[in-house]
Structures are given as C-alpha cells and as structure tokens.
Design a protein. Structure first.
Length: 660
C-alpha cells in the first residue's frame, strides 16, 4: 500500500533586513522544531524553507504555492504584507489552509476573520502545541477540539475555542539552533549575514497598558534550561553570528541572568562572537540588573544600557500601569552607571495618557539634571492591537487621537520594490491632556533637546550655564523653542522645522525625514537638522546665535561671571564637533578649564571650574572624513546611541613666564 504524500508546510516570519543582515526566523522555527519532536509521524510533514525577509509578493507566492498549509507569524512590521501574500495564495490555491498567529492576531478575532476571509484559522496565544494539533487534524477541518484557535465554521458562525494554558516546561520546545532546523536555511542563503533571536524565558510580570507583552502572558515567567542556553551561545559563536537580540521582556530579572551574561561575555572574549547583545532590561533597577549590564558593558557587548523611563510623571505612570516600577531606582541606576563610565540611554514615550506639556518638559529637565547626558530617545506612542490601550473605553477616557502612520525604520532606506506592501502603525498624535497644538510643541521640544544636548552641538555650554547660573535645562531648551526669528533667524528656522515635522506626523506623514542626498535613508529630525547645518556651512552662524541667546539668558542670573566660561564653552564645543573635510588637528586657546568641568559633570564627579590658560589640541586627524556620505554614516548614524559626535582632545595648561 502506497504511503500518503507528505503535507507541505510553508512558514512565514517576515522581518526587516539591515545592510545584508537578516533575522533568523525564530518563532516559526520553534513551530517546526516542536512538530518534528512531538508529531505522531514526523515524516508526514515536509517543511519548506521559511520566508524570513521582505521580498516581492509574487516571489513569496511562488515559493509557497505548493504548500498544503501556509502559516504566518505576524506583527506590526509584517502584518499587511503577510495579508497580501495570503490573499494571493488563496486565489491560486483555494484548498490551502492558511493560518495566522503571532502578537498581531487580535484577541477579538471575529472581525479580523470576517474582514480577511482568505485566512482559514487564527491561533491565539502560544503557538507550538496549537499548531501541531492543527497539523495532526489535517486533511479534515474539524478544529473545535483544539484549544487556542479561532475560525469561521461551515455555517459562517464564529468559533473561538478555550485559550490554551501556557507552556510550563519551555524545554518541551526544542532549540531550533541546536536541532538543525536552521541549517537548511543558512545553507540556502550563503550571502546573508544573520541576526540571532535568543529567548531565555517567556512572560512578563508587568502589564504596561501600551504593551501587549504582559497582557499576553500574564505574570508567570517560564524559563528555558540554562544548559541549553549556554549551548545556544556556543552555537552563535561557531556560526559567527555577530548580533543577538534577546527576546526576553526583562533580562536581568532572574538570578541566573548574571551567569548567562558571564557566559556570553566569555564567549566573546574567547571567540570574538557574538559581537553585540541587545536586551530589554528588567523594569525594576535591582543590584542584579546592574551586575548583568555591567558584565555586558565591560565585554563590549552593548552600545549602552537602556534605562526605559517612558515618563517621569507619577500620574502618567499610573495611567499606563507602570507606577509599580521605581523611578528612584531607575535614576540611581543611571547615576551608578555614569560613575562607572558605562554609557546609558533613556526612553521617553511622547503622547502617553495624562502627560502634559509641563510634566514632559519637567521630565526632560529631571533626566538631564540626574546625569543623563548621553541620549534620551523620544519615541512616538503607537497602539498595538492587543494592548490594554487599544480598548475603545481606554481610548475614549484618555481622549487619544490616532493616525495611521507608515512604519519607517530609523536610518532605513526607501522601499524600491513596486510589489511590496507598506506597513502602518496606529500613532497617537493628541490626547485629552495634550491637544493637537500642544502635542506638536512636545514633539518639537523632544527634537530640539536631542539636537542641542544629545547630538552634542551645545552640550558643553548648556552644562556650563546650568552649573554656573542655576538656569534649569528646561528654561534653556524652551528659549531655543521661542527664539525671536528677527534676532535669531537660524535657530528659529531649526525650531520651525521641528514643528513642521510634528505637524506632518499628525497628518500621517513618516516618523523620519527622507534625505536622498545623504545616504538615501530616513533620519530623525534632529539628526537631519545637524546634517543640514553641516552641508550648508551654517554651523558658525548657529554657534554665534546660540552664544548670544545663552549669554542673554544666563547673564540675567550669573552676570559677568559667566561671560568668559560661556564663550570658552561655545568655542571649544564648536571645535570639538566632528565634521567632514577637516584633516588637520587644531589648537584652541582657553582661559577656563571648561572641558574638565564638563567631563566631571558628565561622569557624576563634579569638580570646581577654575581659571586656567591652556591650549587644547583637537585631534581631528584621528577621525578624518573626506567624504560627506562617510561622515553621515559613521558620525551621525553610528554615533547615535553613544552620542559619539565629538573629537578626542589633549589639553595642556599653558605655562607663562614667571608663573608657578
């Protein structure tokens, strides 16, 4: 008797690729690994090579058309493209079973299935067990006994089976790295460099309303075995995987995370791989969180430690259910890393419910005052389909106004394939406490703060003014936002650019600014303004206007005492700012030791400002950029997280005759 033909299974997990690097499709590989281990007859299933990156829709259809089952793992960055591939597949193969799973499948699944009738069945929650049971039920379509599924029955009625209990033993899902699941994919794509997705646990004990992580998994953390995780790190090293993205919601939350960080650090020391590990840190800043991040930083595995505040306003934090996360602990962790010379960066979300202009501006002031001089990333709030924030009652109660905004990757290139599908996010552009005009002011203030302080254009004079005059950072930043166009035309032009970009966002425009002449990529508004001033040779005018503005502002408080230090700070900041076409070192004469003073504040160990005539050699020859495109890439783009925009320098006090 002839054995039945195997079922062809097509798996799709589309991620964005960056500079020839693509993510290994971990989620669908787990489906395949689980099925191979636990199926009654694994030989019954023939898994096609997964689709793992954006390709033309017709190319994807051609690769999947012979499948009996096509399963899509969907999230915000691939949802619409996945739908279009599935739609065309169904037209070609009406008998094909099309399955959608992943975080973007809405919990309220019925409208989704009725709007997209080409999707046969949706998986809600963890998918490994559910997907295997679905496969085992084929070729029939009797699915009512399988937990975790939603579908439309033969009579058109909506069916949603009970939610499946979460996996408690994560090692029931084999490692797709260690069991060979990825081997055919890697062999078939020899020109791709790979980014690893690494899962050490599942779950999140927090339930932030803007996030679908905690709401999807409740509080329980389920752990992957540590011996397996160490073996996966060794696999990354053997396969020369440079970059690893840790999928955990809270790396550092478990005691063993210190051991995992040490194992990863030892792997890099001994083999050179992985080069970098990106993690989402645990939300509460504990001693363990500090130790794990210090280990990774000392090993050069991270570009900086993320300290995600989201807001510094207690009422806003309560509205988003982050009031159980200690802000004081966050700020103490930031100060501690600063003292240890470990770079940090903070996340702030613009448009959270309850945030006002004052709470936002005060939050910026508090963050910088507490020692965050490296980077604050100002992120626009988007609503995910299964987050609590997506609930219509929540939206109404907080007056959230949204637009569909095309998803553009920071420093990403413009899509060129006509047979592609653009992805959109549901972006919040006004709230009950941030009316439309105020939201624009907040968004522009975030851009101005990044431009002046974190892109380092004026960080030295801003710190000098703050420390010598007591002028709040907020007051200085707002002075640039309200500068009179007649007196400060260039500053006003930059301000108006940020405001116009905010207005464009409210009208559904892209989050970033496209620059065809500067690498042909999308830049944050602050970086675009930095490049524009450089390309048009207007930095000198910018520093002249900024000097006048700050002198007028700080002089009211500090009088003539600030005049000399401020002039020195403006001059040396201008000289230190990395620029293209400058091959030679330059010597800057100073009368005040503003660099040591600035560095002391940055490192959390303040020292008194002293009068000291000195010559500072700015070592431009060590970072020479003869090409504008190279400068854009290597300084403005690659320097983003660490704020590495200033040249190194060597200072020597000038010894005058007869001076001791």
């Amino acid at each position: 008797m002839t054995a039945p033909a195997p079922l062809n299974i097509g798996l799709v997990q589309i991620n964005n690729s960056f500079s020839g690097q693509s993510y290994l499709p971990y989620a669908v590989a787990c489906l395949e690994s689980y099925a191979r281990r636990h199926a009654a007859d694994p030989a019954r299933y023939r898994f096609l090579l997964p689709i793992f990156k954006r390709i033309a829709v017709e190319d994807a259809v051609a690769r999947l058309v012979d499948a009996d089952v096509a399963a899509f793992s969907v999230y915000v960055w691939n949802f619409r493209l996945s739908l279009e591939i599935a739609r065309r597949l169904k037209e070609r193969r009406p008998d094909m079973v099309i399955v959608f799973g992943g975080p973007h499948v809405p919990d309220d699944t019925e409208p989704f299935l009725r709007d997209h009738s080409f999707v046969d069945v949706a998986a809600n929650g963890e998918g490994e067990q559910t997907f295997l049971e679905l496969l085992e039920s084929l070729p029939g379509r009797q699915w009512s006994h399988i937990a975790g599924l939603s579908f439309l029955g033969p009579d058109g009625g909506f069916v949603q089976t009970p939610r499946r209990p979460r996996l408690t033993n994560m090692d029931d899902v084999p490692s797709p790295f260690l069991d060979g699941t990825f081997a055919p994919l890697i062999a078939a794509n020899p020109n791709d460099a790979w980014i690893g997705l690494w899962e050490t646990n599942r779950g999140c004990p927090f339930q932030c309303t803007y996030c679908d992580w905690g709401s999807a998994t409740a509080a329980k953390l389920n752990k992957v075995g540590i011996d397996r995780l160490k073996a996966e790190v060794d696999w990354f090293a053997r396969h020369k995987i440079e970059f690893i993205f840790c999928c955990d919601a809270n790396f550092g939350i478990l005691p063993r995370d210190v051991e995992l960080a040490e194992w990863m650090a030892r792997s890099k020391q001994e083999t050179g791989y992985p080069v970098a590990l990106s993690v989402q840190n645990t939300k509460n800043a504990t001693e363990r969180a500090y130790r794990t991040q210090k280990i990774l930083s000392d090993a050069g595995l991270n570009k900086g430690v993320a300290i995600s505040m989201q807001s510094l306003d207690s009422g806003t934090l309560k509205n988003i259910k982050r009031d159980n996360i200690s802000l004081d602990s966050f700020l103490e962790l930031q100060r501690r890393f600063t003292r240890d010379k470990v770079e940090t960066f903070s996340d702030i979300i613009i448009g959270l419910p309850g945030e006002t202009y004052d709470t936002f501006a005060n939050g910026i002031d508090a963050l910088i005052s507490s020692g965050q001089h490296n980077r604050v990333q100002f992120n626009n709030l988007s609503i995910l389909p299964n987050a609590e924030m997506a609930n219509p009652d929540y939206i109404r109660s907080h007056g959230l106004v949204t637009v569909d905004s095309e998803i553009i990757n920071i420093h990403g290139a413009r899509l060129s394939d006509a047979d592609d599908v653009r992805e959109y996010q549901r972006m919040v552009v006004a709230t009950a406490t941030l009316p439309a005009a105020t939201w624009r002011q907040v968004r522009a203030l975030g851009s101005m703060t990044a431009f002046l302080h974190f892109d380092k254009l004026l960080q030295i004079p801003l710190i000098i003014c703050r420390e010598l005059s007591g002028l709040p950072y907020r007051s200085m930043l707002e002075a640039f936002m309200t500068a009179d166009a007649a007196e400060y035309p260039l500053i006003a032009q930059v301000r108006d650019f940020f405001l116009e970009e905010a207005r464009s966002l409210q009208e559904g425009g892209p989050e970033y600014v496209y620059a065809p002449d500067w690498l042909g990529i999308y830049w944050p508004a602050d970086e675009y303004a930095f490049i524009d001033l450089t390309a048009t040779n207007r930095l000198g005018l910018f520093y002249e206007e900024s000097h006048r503005l700050l002198r007028a502002l700080a002089g009211d408080r500090a009088g003539d005492d600030i005049s000399g230090p401020l002039e020195n700070a403006i001059r040396i900041n201008h000289a230190l700012l990395k620029q293209p076409y400058l091959p030679d070192d330059v010597v800057v004469s100073l009368d005040w030791d503003v660099l040591a003073f600035w560095q002391g504040i940055r490192e959390g160990v303040p020292i008194p400002l002293k009068a000291a005539r000195m010559e500072v050699t700015v070592q431009r020859s060590l970072s020479y950029y003869p090409d504008m495109q190279d400068w854009c890439r290597e300084v403005v783009w690659w320097g983003n997280k660490k704020g590495a925009y200033l040249y190194t320098n060597h200072s020597v006090e000038k010894q005058l005759a007869g001076h001791y």
